[in-house]
Ligand binder design. Structure first.
Ligand code: NAD
Ligand code: ZN
Length: 261
């Protein structure tokens, strides 16, 4: 279903485009909504990923997908990891990911700070990406640390084992109850300290303080702040320009305005 862009969204994109014409640096903060246009379910939205998962075990999905459960009952965590991966297999980055990757070539300094674990930013060609929750295609052995990157989970056994030592293999992502990687947070704050002319939050319900804070900090430091999301979120009152639109449509239009086609 393609409703196109509303007049309100077009007007807002026009304002973003004029502020970006002379800018040098942009930070994108992205969440599950940017991959919704690739057919991936979001987390909390209607039809969201976890809303639809009614674990027959009667255990909340957040517990099943937790670090504690992976240690206790790895076969249960993997059952749902495999199921979730199968549901999104074959999906590809969309126009929004592509435009962000093109922007890396257009502006001096572009960074993308994402909560997504689909790896789509890097697949689309972005190089300055901080994947704060990791990438589900990166697998690591909990015993010996052996790493492998897979295209998808096809062919993995029900509880994958390490080819080197036979230890338990897990996706290198932040499961519920696990700590973020300090070096990724530090890299983000290092970049924030350098300042960004424009900060664009896309498709995140912004429930995590480490998503909201960078946007607030950037605004205090003088960045122009933008949110692209069909719905209102925690971030909406914090941004200067709200673009009520789907990510792929909004970024495609923004790109057209920037390159003048
Ligand atoms: P969320 O599901 O909480 O919020 C998604 C947001 O995207 C909502 O505000 C919604 O209005 C908006 N949205 C929906 N369709 C959109 C579109 N076409 N364009 C722009 N915005 C759109 O997602 P979150 O804030 O990223 O938090 C979800 C958590 O779940 C994260 O921790 C993330 O790691 C994980 N997750 C990742 C993926 C993925 O890798 N693609 C998918 C689902 C969940
Ligand atoms: Zn191993």
């Amino acid at each position: 279903m393609d409703e196109g862009l509303s007049p309100e969204a077009r007007e807002a994109i026009g304002r973003v485009a004029s502020s970006m014409r002379t800018c040098q640096s942009v930070l994108f903060v992205t969440g599950a909504g940017i991959s919704a246009d690739s057919g991936l379910p979001t987390y909390r939205g209607v039809g969201g990923l976890y809303e639809e998962a009614h674990p027959e075990e009667g255990i909340p999905i957040e517990e099943i997908l937790s670090g504690a459960m992976l240690r206790l009952r790895p076969e249960l965590t993997w059952k749902y990891l495999l199921r979730m991966e199968r549901a999104v297999r074959g999906a590809r980055p969309n126009r929004a990911h592509e435009v962000i990757a093109e922007m890396e070539r257009r502006f001096n300094r572009v960074w993308t700070f994402t909560q997504n674990v689909d790896g789509f930013h890097r697949l689309a060609g972005s190089r300055h990406v901080i994947e704060i929750h990791g990438d589900m295609r990166d697998l690591v052995c909990v015993n010996c640390g052996f790493r492998q990157t897979v295209e998808n989970y096809e062919g993995l056994s029900e509880t994958p084992r390490c080819p080197v030592c036979g230890g338990l293999v897990r996706p290198d992502v932040i499961l519920f109850g696990e700590m973020l990687a300090m070096e990724k947070i530090e890299l983000l704050w290092e970049q924030l300290d350098l300042g960004f002319d424009v900060v664009v939050a896309i498709g995140t319900s912004a429930m995590f303080h480490y998503i909201v804070e960078p946007v607030i900090r950037a605004r205090r430091m003088g960045s122009i702040t933008v949110e692209i999301n069909p719905a209102r979120t925690e971030l909406t009152p914090e941004v200067m320009v709200r673009v009520p639109a789907r990510a792929s449509l909004a970024l495609d239009e923004l790109w057209r305005r920037l390159v003048g086609t």
